[in-house]
Design a protein around this ligand. Sequence first.
Ligand SMILES: [Zn+2]
Length: 384
Amino acid sequence: MKKILGIVFLSLLTGCLETPKGNLPSISQGEIDMEAERQKRITYTKYINQMSLVKEIGYKINYSNAEICNKVDYASAITYANKYSLGEKKAKFFPTELNLSSKISIINIVKNSPAEKSGLQLGDKILQIGDYEFPEGKNALKKISKFFSKIEKQELDKIKIERNGQIRTFEFKKDKICDYPIILTQDNIVNAFADGKKIIMTQGIVDYAKDNNEIALIVGHEIAHNDRGHIDAKKKNTLVMGSVGFILDMMTIYYSGGTSGGNAENTEMWSKIGSEAFSVDFEKDADYGGVYYAVRAGYDISNANAFWERMGAANPKSIAFNSSHPATAERYLQIRKTVDEINKKNAQGLALIPNEKNDLKIDEKPTEKKKKKFNIKNVFKKKT
Ligand SMILES: [Zn+2]
């Protein structure tokens, strides 16, 4: 009997717990839908703003290091997309000034770049670049990327656009910069990644960074992975082999100049990439080069070691960045000494160029690389 009473009591108790007490104000479905839309607008506006920020910082670093990079090319500093490349359902939530439709429009221009100075604006619909007439519609970006992947980048850009029903043409001379474009994905995971050609950053890592100097350190570090040949040297890298779909997808995004439709589904992929990416030796080498790239672009590196320490220590293990970028006492000290080295060079009026070993272990063909590096001006000549 006691037992039965107990059960009755328990069920009464749980019964009470299942019923909320408050007499809440009523909400209609219409209100919920409107609020959901408003929040989506905020989400995509934030994405566009962060994309603009990382592209600006990336451009600045790529530009400031053109003289010491192994790979340089002309960059237009504009990003374009249409509603299909951003996702037909999502497109209406992006800022209206981007003018998204089935035609290709400019969704970002790097501040102070030749493109911006020429007078091009956000939302301009691109009708033609050079002699190439832009297609529109679902596969427009694929066609455009295919076209531009086959031809050599030109120093001069001549872009025909439509703005408020008027057709105008702008011409500008592109900057020659390190050829490592920055892609921002809409993932919450804190990660940044280099694949040998580009830098991929998540919104999560941009959120994590306290200021532009920290973003610059991340970008510099990833550029160093690319420019210092870490990917080539580690040929059987599982991350590249194991995620071809992802890499191709990202390349599409890069060539299209559009953005990724990244989401939670990518989280697993990010973890994989994060845990497989680089050895600690490569990480240290990227730290070293990265600090130089950032300071050469005018960023404040005085907190570099504290930043990497925070990055390593504060994240739970599940965050991919932690496993690919382990914080070790050695790394911490090495970054601090790199900052000291740079400060010393600054004080002595020396050029801020990373000290390089002649026989870098990670370099499979040291002579060829060295030759390439010192003949960089010849590379310019060849192309012009
Ligand atoms: Zn790294």
